[in-house]
Design a protein around this ligand. Structure first.
Ligand SMILES: Cc1ncc(COP(=O)(O)O)c(C=O)c1O
Length: 392
């Protein structure tokens, strides 16, 4: 452990770890129960978000552990050091020739469709996608691309819908500006993490390849899709020309993204990041964290799925609660409580007494529970017991 890590550990120890060092009974005598003691010893379980989102102290500790383990080196403007190591790792993971660290997923998406489209202007996207709804019209405003939304309020468009939409352009529009690219987001954030069926991706990819249309994957949460559907990250990536994956949604970094693709495409990116003002001098803190958290991540996710299956099936035996997967869902589940249960009280008690955080149930006593690796901070029996006690 580095001197900083040690100091931080000892400082933390005075508050968080102290209960573990006290003689048995001390906490009880001072008014704390078993639950409070367990709560004090553990990190929170979060039934929201896709993974660990570290607070500053924990972030620094985690990075110190990564440094102790690998003695990583810094980059300079994204070149060399741990950034190069991360890029190499992601190129291998996705089966692409090359990868590049990006300051944001938004820039990764925008530069990918811009380069893949060349001079052609139309880019087909899901109407529910981040690219269409949440990137501040960057495609139109900055990159001279016109986004063509398909499948309004749906998780995905089909190959047939794409084909029909492209075919109708010749009669619907006078000036033909060319098909630039197609982008698919998978899983889809605005559709509660529902995924695009692999059979549809295969059909879309086959259509695009045979018509020489380039295909981009907004795979911000691709690891969630892979873990829940059983289709590997590499297989998903194989159907696309470029793939973006987030480094902060579940890999612990405080920001950043990675874009993977052919050498020809990725080699153009460094210059484009610079001219759009995204080239940062040092990127190593984010790269080192993501590389560190990637170690064993897929097996931790499998353990999280196993734990959630055990917890949800035990809770579903209770008449007052029903937790169900969504259709084509990944890590987000619906939770419905009977009227007999005070959902707000349950929410507060889980948080206060058991350090289990979840979104507050709505007026219909329903909520969404997101499974991520924080579920592994306690064993399933503890979580089942906590829910049962909090349901009253
Ligand atoms: C599906 C999807 N794509 C892209 C992004 C953009 O990522 P960033 O915040 O790194 O720009 C997000 C972020 O919320 C997202 O959910």
């Amino acid at each position: 452990m580095t001197s900083f890590g040690r100091r931080h550990f000892l400082k933390k120890g005075s508050t968080v770890l102290l209960p573990a060092l006290l003689p048995a009974g001390t906490l009880l005598a001072s008014g704390g129960g078993r639950e409070q003691q367990e709560k004090a010893n553990t990190k929170p379980i979060k039934f929201f978000g896709d993974g660990e989102m570290f607070e500053p102290g924990d972030y620094i500790n985690e990075l110190a552990q990564a440094y102790d383990r690998t003695k990583f080196e810094k980059d300079r403007y994204g070149a060399g050091g741990v950034v190069a190591a991360l890029e190499k790792r992601f190129a291998a993971l996705t089966g692409k020739e090359q990868a590049i660290f990006m300051p944001s997923g938004t820039l990764a998406n925008q530069l990918a469709i811009s380069v893949l489209s060349g001079g052609n202007t139309k880019v087909f996207v899901q109407e529910t996608s981040h690219m269409y709804r949440d990137e501040a019209d960057a495609a139109q405003a900055v990159f001279s691309k016109r986004l063509m939304p398909l499948a309004a309020n749906e998780t995905f468009f089909t190959a047939q819908q794409l084909q029909d939409s492209i075919a109708s352009l010749a009669k619907d529009e006078v000036f033909q500006t060319g098909i630039g690219a197609v982008s698919i987001e998978n899983p889809v954030r605005r559709m509660d993490g529902r995924s695009v069926p692999i059979a549809e991706i295969q059909k879309i990819a086959a259509y695009c390849r045979s018509n020489n249309i380039k295909l981009h994957l907004d795979g911000a949460r691709l690891f969630m899709a892979a873990a829940w559907t059983g289709v590997s990250v590499k297989e998903y990536a194989s159907y696309f020309d470029t793939v973006y994956i987030s480094l902060y949604k579940y890999l612990g970094a405080s920001g950043g993204a990675i874009l993977c693709g052919s050498k020809e495409v990725i080699e153009q990116m460094g210059h484009l990041v610079k001219v759009h003002g995204g080239s940062m001098y040092g990127n190593w803190t984010n790269a080192a964290m993501a590389l560190h958290r990637l170690e064993g991540f897929e097996s931790r996710l499998q353990n999280a799925i196993k734990a959630s299956t055990e917890i949800f099936s035990a809770l579903n035996k209770h008449a007052g609660i029903q937790i169900s997967p969504l259709q084509n869902g990944t890590n987000i589940y619906s939770m419905a409580l009977s009227k007999a249960i005070d959902g707000k009280k349950m929410h507060a008690q889980l948080n206060k007494e058991f350090n289990i955080k979840m979104p507050q149930p709505n007026e219909n006593n329903q909520s969404l529970l997101t499974v991520n690796e924080t579920i592994l901070h306690q064993n399933p029996a503890y979580i089942i017991d906590a829910f049962k006690k909090s349901m009253g």
